[in-house]
Design a protein around this ligand. Structure first.
Ligand code: AMP
Ligand code: ZN
Ligand code: FE
Ligand code: FE
Length: 279
């Protein structure tokens, strides 16, 4: 049996519901020995998560998930092994979180115009110290009884093209990759199966990606083989994980069900170390 590495998870430092400690405990109980914590626009889980993981025998890899715009589309880029004390990266993340908060205000205003008297403060409270996002808005819409469930919040109000949808400020893919590289990290295209066709993937590979997320809940077996082939033909690394957020629509069984072999992580470390040697 392979030893599990899950390189895509979220905590309450972004839109996950568990604290880093809770997530690490759960991952440990599911047999995950290497855990990538990849909160949106936030490195607030580190270094504490690394130390807590080590106390349980879980190697925590510091990561971050950035959004990037290409044409009208939004794609996600995962950065691994980033230096979470890098001033430039932290400054950018702060800017991205500030932009998220401003966009949440605009979404709330649109909802208010639609006769939904949601308060920004409730959304902010829900997000706590985490990077604020649409999932927080969806959760508050459910809690306050404006919609019956989380998915309906997206389908009816805040999903792409819906009446309260608002665009978020994002970097360009090449900017996201270079930001990650300048903090010593490796860039991986997240869940291409969700929104990236092969033509776009070809373009994105030229933006400075080190690898592709091959294993993800949105990828069936065929897609996993498909992206594995593309990674191999383009000399790219492979990553994968559960994209676990926790909560009603994303139960704990997701954790431990989507993983890669730790040998993939060794390959990443080799590439990261060869980069570092070139500086
Ligand atoms: P944000 O980064 O604030 O734009 O929020 C993006 C997150 O919202 C995604 O990572 C998904 O978890 C969730 N999301 C976006 N669109 C939908 C949708 N149509 N249905 C359900 N969840 C969605
Ligand atoms: Zn998320
Ligand atoms: Fe994502
Ligand atoms: Fe994610």
């Amino acid at each position: 049996m392979s030893i599990k590495a899950d390189l895509h998870t979220h905590t309450n430092r972004s839109d996950g519901i568990y604290s880093p400690d809770e997530l690490i405990r759960k991952a440990h109980s599911k047999g995950i020995v290497i855990l990538g914590i990849t909160d949106h626009d936030n490195l607030g889980a580190f270094p504490r998560a690394i130390e807590f993981g080590a106390s349980l025998g879980v190697e925590v890899i510091p990561g971050v998930e950035l959004s990037a715009n290409v044409a009208e589309k939004e794609i996600h880029i995962l950065g691994y092994f980033v230096d979470f004390t890098n001033g430039r990266l932290l400054e950018y993340l702060k800017l991205l979180r500030d932009e998220r908060a401003k966009r949440a205000v605009r979404i709330v205003e649109k909802l208010n115009q639609l006769n939904i008297p949601l308060k920004f403060e409730s959304v902010q409270r829900r997000a706590g110290s985490g990077a604020i996002g649409r999932p927080h808005i969806a959760m508050v819409l459910v809690d306050e009884g404006f919609v019956s469930d989380y998915q309906t919040a997206f389908n009816r109000y805040i999903g792409f093209g819906c009446p309260a949808y608002e665009k978020k400020f994002n970097l360009a893919p090449a900017e996201a990759c270079s930001l990650i590289a300048s903090a010593g990290g490796l860039s991986f295209l997240a869940h291409p199966g969700r929104s990236v066709d092969d033509k776009l993937l070809k373009t994105l590979i030229k933006s400075g990606l080190d690898g592709i997320e091959v294993v993800h809940p949105s990828h069936n077996e065929n897609l996993v083989s498909h992206y594995r082939g593309i990674a191999a033909r383009n000399f790219l690394l492979e990553s994968g994980g559960s994209d676990f957020h926790g909560g009603k629509d994303n139960d704990d069984d997701v954790l431990g069900s989507y993983y890669i072999d730790i040998s993939r992580v060794d390959e990443m470390k080799r590439k990261r170390n060869s980069h570092a040697a070139n500086f």
